[in-house]
Ligand binder design. Structure first.
Ligand code: FES
Length: 125
């Protein structure tokens, strides 16, 4: 019998102790054959599949950047420091908190529910 999305069960996985992934750090781990990047943004944890929807690049190994906005070419602003992930292959950018691509609302990388339980970072994937 072939597994369908709706028949796949979400399981709890312990990834690390909280103090092993400090604010501003990330860790890429393997969970049931999938590579998942776990990011600590100021004490809140977020998890994304390490698979860029553009051309399957190793997204979670990319640079973490602020959101860059501009009223015009002379007024550039940097917001949400450390919350934007830039794919190392072709520089597409994604919101670490949601997996949403910045330039196209129809694109996103898969994200996972992650949290802290009894001092451990856990993911449901
Ligand atoms: S593979 Fe990620 S931007 Fe192309």
């Amino acid at each position: 019998m072939t597994k369908t999305k709706s028949s796949m069960k979400t399981k709890r996985h312990v990834l690390a102790r909280v103090d092993e992934i400090k604010p501003g750090e990330r860790r890429v781990v393997e969970v049931d054959g999938r590579e998942i990047g776990v990011f600590n943004l100021n004490g809140e944890f977020y998890a994304l599949l390490n698979y860029c929807p553009h051309r399957a690049g190793p997204l979670c190994h990319g640079r973490v950047r602020p959101l860059v906005t501009a009223e015009n070419v002379t007024q550039v602003a940097y917001e949400r420091e450390g919350e934007i992930l830039k794919c190392p292959w072709h520089q597409w950018e994604f919101d670490i908190k949601t997996g949403q691509a910045l330039f196209d609302a129809r694109l996103r990388v898969k994200s996972y529910r992650v949290g802290v339980e009894a001092g451990e970072v856990v993911i449901y994937a």
